[in-house]
Design a binder for this molecule. Structure first.
Ligand SMILES: [Zn+2]
Length: 873
């Protein structure tokens, strides 16, 4: 818990361990970069960079970052004198060190360097990508890969103004953060494109795209021109993202009360991209699936995700780009806020999308990760770049956003917004730490924000809040006790350290006598607290209203019975919470499986699609893991019980949507099909889905798009080689990026062993883009008929596969290994990655191994309970 012990005052610069951080007395102010690159004519690039520096004191050496580059011709101009520097590269530390025979005086100096490198194939630094026959170069520089593009001071606090120029073939489009200042035609069919100088930016926010790209018409938001750029021929897919960008940008400008900070806004669809999207200032890069949309065939889920991701990136223009965290420790300042802001803003744009229900799925995954002993605090010590890369996870984003949301609800929307506005104004074009934010929020709200929020940011884990009814004299009362929620009940590793404590801004929903409910608030700071209620005893108590707090409530058994019966009085997100917390209690050994199954199967009449979707994970685990261990008959019986509960609702909905049906009805049908078809494998439904899949492959419009994922998966499970070929052909000919992705991922659902091997072999070919390899492997590790073959393949082909798994994505298949289940597999996974370490996945591996253990303990506990619950097994 390094974060909690550290003294974190207002100082902007933290201690810099030698060799890991650049010294603070040499700072870049203006940087001119020229790069020559033409992806169609080979894989190399070269350039020159000029850093205008401020030296706080005389220096005889200057350190800056460079990795996988050839660096040459070091010269320094200072006080009208030019000096030659001698260059030494330290690849272990990603450093280039320029030394001078005699000290360079303090003040201004200009450092010039030449550099050269190769376009990479791992989607970072300056890398090569293809779309059909066309070749491209793109940058992806966060967290610390600007040093793979050109030699630079690659730390977020080293902001400078950059002027970029690019020499390339004249048919290429060149995009960067700023508008083009001028284009110089050159001999030999080439040109040099000069961009305007940027405002102060951190290196990780620079952007470059080179290749044949087309642009949409510009749409305006105030004075800002917004364009979508894409590989040629995809212009008809840009309408929705332009609309979403304009709607979100206008709302963000109003929320921050500050205009969009950059000169123009380009949204670029990148054919091969590691992240979902990247908030390069003024030139945001996206996966094609998250930007290019056909309104006729896109699912509502996909459309919502596109809007949310666009809004997330645009929120970064203020939160991250204009005001940047001082160091990667506070990455959450960027990501937690952008995540929260995206849900908040899209929710105000499209209230009918119920974005906070989507958020609940993410929050629930973050709660699951944060229950592990191997979790980490939101604020995490970062020394090396690989550690910064590891922190792009559920804790930084989704737990972070949940804590921001809890804080906003606690302070009130007005005070919260006023505090954030003041913080952004005060630190614009600079860097800030969490302490700066707390002081702005405290001032705006007149509350001691730091006292409430620090524990949530600096301690790992979250509280379990036990709630019991009591009486204080004549009045009804609630007694609260908090302790850390742990993924395993007791014993191993539990309760060695002093039990942490959190100030909980508590809001509960209390059932009024008769009908209706009311909210109660209290800041719970002690381990045990009593809340005396006026009037009659509440009909029910739900101890996390609107799931606004990042904790799990633990209700008494009697209360749970009342809550299940009163679930119509709970909001949809609370029903999701009720199910999620109950499943977590089963996993942690605090509740029995039968109680959960009874509760879950009582939701057959549920109207809200997201509540039904909440059941997928838990019921999927029960069937796949517990059912498998209990034997085929027990597994079939469990499937039968699930089909019995949800089948009638699906039969009533049918496969075909009525013409005037609303989104909820369509999504509910899809959620039910997933439960009855994919999890319960009800024979009649699965057979019908397979027949529908055949029609869908021939004619996409034969199916409501919202059913496409489930129908494709069920069709693949029952499919033969001919259908495999049909999916493959459909992927290659797909009209939209989402369709291509759907068809490719369906290849991971086949069950025939020969087809499993074919799908695995494709991960080493260009049929599956580098960006999709990890996702297809995850799909196959989740497929009971493919997972062992997938793991054997990963081990066998690791060196080749590793080159197609970029640093952030490589964690995904590792996180998915616990599905392998057995103790032998756990040993095998541990041994394999000990022999083949992956630095950016060190934590993901520890977490995977812990999940193996938790799953095994759960299975041992729950198996006899499942048999009893089923009756005869
Ligand atoms: Zn982000």
């Amino acid at each position: 818990m390094a974060g909690a012990r550290r003294k974190r005052g207002s100082s902007k610069r933290e201690a810099r361990p030698r060799g890991l951080r650049l010294p603070a007395h040499v700072r870049p102010v203006e940087v001119d970069v020229h790069v020559e690159v033409d992806p169609a004519r080979g894989g190399g690039f070269r350039g020159e960079v000029e850093h205008r520096l401020e030296l706080d004191r005389p220096v005889s050496r200057i350190e800056l970052h460079a990795a996988d580059l050839r660096v040459s011709r070091a010269r320094l101009v200072s006080g009208g004198r030019t000096r030659r520097g001698s260059l030494a590269l330290h690849p272990q530390a990603d450093l280039a060190v320029v030394s001078f025979a005699e000290p360079v005086p303090a003040g201004e100096a200009t450092l010039e360097l030449g550099f050269a490198g190769s376009l990479r194939s791992d989607l970072r630094g300056l890398y090569g990508a293809r779309s059909g026959e066309r070749a491209y170069a793109f940058t992806q520089l966060e967290a610390a890969d600007a040093r793979r593009f050109f030699p630079c001071f690659d730390e977020p606090a080293m902001k400078a103004r950059f002027a970029l120029s690019v020499t390339t073939g004249s048919r290429n489009t060149v995009l960067s953060n700023q508008p083009v200042a001028k284009i110089e035609p050159l001999v030999g069919g080439r040109k040099r494109v000069h961009f305007e100088r940027t405002p102060p930016l951190s290196t990780y926010l620079l952007a470059l795209a080179v290749g044949e790209l087309e642009a949409s018409e510009a749409v305006l938001c105030g004075d800002t021109e917004i364009r979508v750029w894409h590989a040629p021929g995809k212009g008809h897919l840009t309408g929705f993202s332009l609309e979403a960008a304009r709607e979100c940008l206008a709302r963000l400008e109003a929320w921050f009360d500050l205009p969009y900070p950059y000169a123009k806004l380009d949204l670029v669809a990148v054919p091969d991209f590691e992240a979902g999207a990247m908030e390069n200032a003024g030139a945001v890069f996206f996966r094609e699936t998250l930007l290019l949309v056909d309104p006729e065939t896109v699912t509502l889920q996909e459309r919502k995700r596109v809007a949310e991701v666009i809004c997330h990136e645009l929120a970064h223009m203020w939160y991250g780009d204009l005001v940047t965290m001082a160091w990667w420790n506070d990455l959450w300042l960027n990501e937690a806020f952008a995540t929260w802001m995206a849900f908040h803003v899209v929710d105000t744009w499209k209230p009918e999308w119920k974005m906070w229900l989507d958020f609940q799925h993410h929050r629930s995954a973050a709660l699951a990760m944060d229950a592990l002993a191997t979790t980490h605090p939101i604020y995490t010590e970062v020394k090396r770049p690989s550690e910064a890369t590891e922190n792009f996870d559920l804790i930084t984003y989704e737990k972070g956003a949940s804590v921001v949301r809890m804080l906003e609800r606690f302070l009130g929307a007005e005070a919260f917004r006023a505090g954030v506005r003041a913080y952004i104004r005060e630190h614009q074009e600079g860097n800030a730490t969490a302490a700066d934010l707390w002081s702005a929020l405290s001032e705006a709200s007149e509350r001691d924000v730091e006292r409430v929020v620090r524990a949530w940011i600096e301690q790992p884990g979250f509280p379990l809040l036990e709630v019991k009814r009591a009486r204080e004299g004549a009045s009804p009362a609630l007694v609260f006790r908090q302790q850390r929620f742990r993924g395993r009940a007791a014993g191993k590793g539990a309760r060695q350290a002093p039990e942490p404590r959190w100030p909980i801004p508590w809001v509960g929903r209390l059932g009024k006598p008769g009908r209706g409910s009311q909210l109660e608030r209290r800041l719970l700071e002690k381990r045990r607290e009593v809340l005396v209620l006026g009037g009659e005893a509440p009909r029910f108590v739900y101890a996390n209203a609107d799931e606004g707090g990042f904790f799990r409530p633990l209700h008494e058994d009697a209360e749970l019975t009342v809550l299940a019966a009163s679930r119509a009085d709970l909001s949809a997100v609370e029903r999701m919470g009720l199910l999620g917390h109950q499943w977590a209690a089963v996993r942690a050994g605090r509740a029995g499986l039968p109680g959960f199954l009874d509760l879950a199967l009582a939701f057959g009449d549920e109207r809200e699609p997201d509540v039904l979707t909440t059941l997928r994970g838990p019921l999927g685990f029960c069937v796949d893991r517990l059912g498998r261990e209990a034997g085929p008959e027990a597994q079939a019986a469990l499937r039968g019980r699930i089909a019995e509960s949800f089948g009638p609702a699906f039969e009533a909905a049918g496969f075909d949507a009525a013409t005037k049906e609303d989104d909820d009805a369509r999504l509910r049908r899809a959620a039910l099909l997933s439960l009855v078809g994919e999890i319960a494998e009800a024979p009649r439904v699965a057979a019908e889905a397979s027949a529908r899949c055949e029609r869908y492959l021939a004619e996409r419009r034969s199916l409501d798009p919202n059913l496409a994922d489930a129908v494709a998966a069920l069709g693949a499970r029952a499919g033969d080689a001919r259908r495999f070929d049909a999916f493959l052909a459909a992927a290659e000919a797909a009209a939209t990026p989402q369709e291509r992705r759907r068809m490719l991922l369906a290849l991971g659902e086949f069950r025939d062993p020969a087809l499993v091997e074919r799908a695995l072999a494709l991960t080493l070919t260009d049929t599956v883009g580098t960006q999709d390899v990890a996702i297809l492997l995850v799909r196959m590790l989740g497929n009971p008929a493919a997972r062992e073959a997938a793991w054997a393949f990963m081990k066998r082909r690791w060196p080749k596969l590793r080159r197609r798994l970029p640093p952030m994505l490589v964690t995904r298949p590792i996180e998915a290994t616990p599905a392998l289940g057995t103790r032998t597999a756990r040993r095998d996974v541990a041994a394999f990655f000990k022999a083949n370490p992956v630095p950016t996945a060190a934590r993901a591996l520890r977490q995977a191994l812990e999940r193996f253990d938790l799953d095994a303990e759960l299975a041992a506990r729950a198996l006899p309970e499942l048999r009893r619950w089923l009756g005869a097994f």
